[in-house]
Design a protein around this ligand. Structure first.
Ligand SMILES: [Zn+2]
Length: 257
């Protein structure tokens, strides 16, 4: 699927399609907890609320990444910013959903499909509870996108083909079974990926995938995101969003699938 045909202004001198990189913010845990947060994955609900108020003042609306990409294909992505939350922490239902609902925005939650109802054993930091299947269904029922973050939060960079097929493909099957719906989005744990991992994601039937931070070449299966830190105030968020204004890159057209 290559989306709508590029207009002249979107083609560079070499005839490659110029794609505006969609602005995507990356959050993790949302909680008022004061426990140590050595991996800097926690944003308080108050801070998330302030971020969403700022977006509204800027004339921006938060949407899931799938919604942003669909809008981009219709040429209607102006004013949208994707909100993504990694790992599927249980606090999402209690602390993020009410804030998102208050601002009438949607988001994407990337869950570790093989650890539903478990804990974040992949980290050496504090153990945090993960949503179970009912929690994941509640998130989807509230209008948010649920995407895959592998089965076990595996590092896919350099992974062998069997591991790739299992972590990428089986996690999609598990989530589609839980949700009884298509799962179009994937997110590489730690943002680590390589060409084989991106190919495995495409092969497993996903529509798009996102990484962490900057990367090259950048396409639909390696979409960059801006990490939001626990202490980020308005200037930080403005700086992170501002970088997207000029981030036009020439990339090959999306492959037919
Ligand atoms: Zn993660």
């Amino acid at each position: 699927m290559s989306g709508r045909a590029p207009t002249a202004g979107e083609l560079d001198a070499a005839g490659r399609r110029r794609v505006r990189i969609p602005p995507v913010l990356m959050y993790h845990s949302v909680s008022p907890s004061a426990q140590p947060d050595p991996h800097r994955v926690r944003v308080s609900p108050d801070r998330l609320d302030r971020h969403l108020r700022l977006l509204r003042r800027l004339g921006l609306r938060g949407v899931s990444l799938a919604e942003l990409l669909a809008a981009r294909e219709r040429g209607a992505a102006a004013g949208l910013v994707a909100l993504t939350f990694d790992d599927g922490y249980a606090d999402f239902v209690e602390h993020a959903l009410p804030v998102l609902a208050r601002h009438q925005v949607t988001a994407t939650l990337y869950v570790v499909a093989g650890l539903l109802g478990g804990r974040n054993d992949w980290d050496d930091g504090p153990r945090l509870d993960l949503l179970d299947a009912a929690g994941v269904r509640a998130v989807a029922a509230a209008g948010h996108e649920v995407g895959s973050h592998t089965l076990t939060h595996a590092d896919l960079r350099g992974a062998d083909p069997v591991t790739l097929a299992h972590e990428v493909g089986e996690s999609r099957r598990v989530l589609q079974d839980v949700l009884q719906a298509e799962v179009p989005g994937f997110c590489y744990p730690w943002g680590r990926f390589d060409g084989a991992a991106a190919k495995a994601v495409r092969r497993a039937g996903y529509d798009h995938a996102c990484v962490t931070g900057d990367h090259l070449p950048g396409d639909r299966f390696t979409l960059p995101r801006a990490y939001v830190a626990p202490g980020d105030g308005a200037p930080h968020l403005l700086a992170k969003l501002g970088r997207y204004r000029w981030r036009m890159r020439s990339v090959a057209p999306a492959p037919a699938r």
